[in-house]
Design a protein. Structure first.
Length: 158
């Protein structure tokens, strides 16, 4: 996507902090093995605004608050916490959204095992333009399909 090494590193560090608001969510809710109730889901959703609040005065990394606050907004406007859509969602948050969904689907959770990679790629592809920015989703899938490129990017970030 044309990022400089410095920009790539900044995105990397912002992404590392995007879920910091989960520190304010009950462990019972975070680790629940079954389906969440409406009340529990409402509590989970607070992690975005809690993260934004935690990071609001952190000025060592520009735009770090945006990663936490907006990473669950959806391209079609059906996300949270504000229902932003399309270009009104900060670019970094749109990147983190795809990466976060990939991580969630490919990681073991208290309520399910990790999902098959082909299934995950199909999910990202099918939600391109609704949940995800289509350019970012396509770029992510292109990178994922080119393992050599991905390994090279990861090595450059360290």
């Amino acid at each position: 996507m044309g990022f400089t090494r410095a920009e790539f590193r900044k995105i990397y560090y912002i992404a590392l902090m995007h879920d910091c608001g989960k520190i304010g969510i009950s462990e019972n809710v975070l680790m629940k093995p079954g389906k969440l109730t409406d009340e529990e889901y409402a509590e989970i959703k607070k992690h975005t605004t809690l993260g934004g609040e935690i990071l609001k005065n952190f000025n060592s990394i520009e735009e770090i608050q945006e990663g936490a606050l907006y990473h669950h907004e959806r391209y079609d406007g059906k996300g949270y916490p504000y229902g932003l859509s399309d270009q009104s969602i900060p670019f970094l948050a749109r990147i983190i959204s795809v990466a976060d969904a990939f991580d969630a689907m490919t990681s073991r959770r208290s309520y399910r095992g990790e999902l098959d990679l082909e299934y995950v790629k199909n999910e990202i592809r099918s939600k391109s333009g609704t949940q995800f920015d289509p350019i970012i989703a396509t770029t992510f899938l292109d990178i994922l399909n080119n393992e050599h490129h991905l390994v090279t990017m990861i090595k450059r970030s360290h």
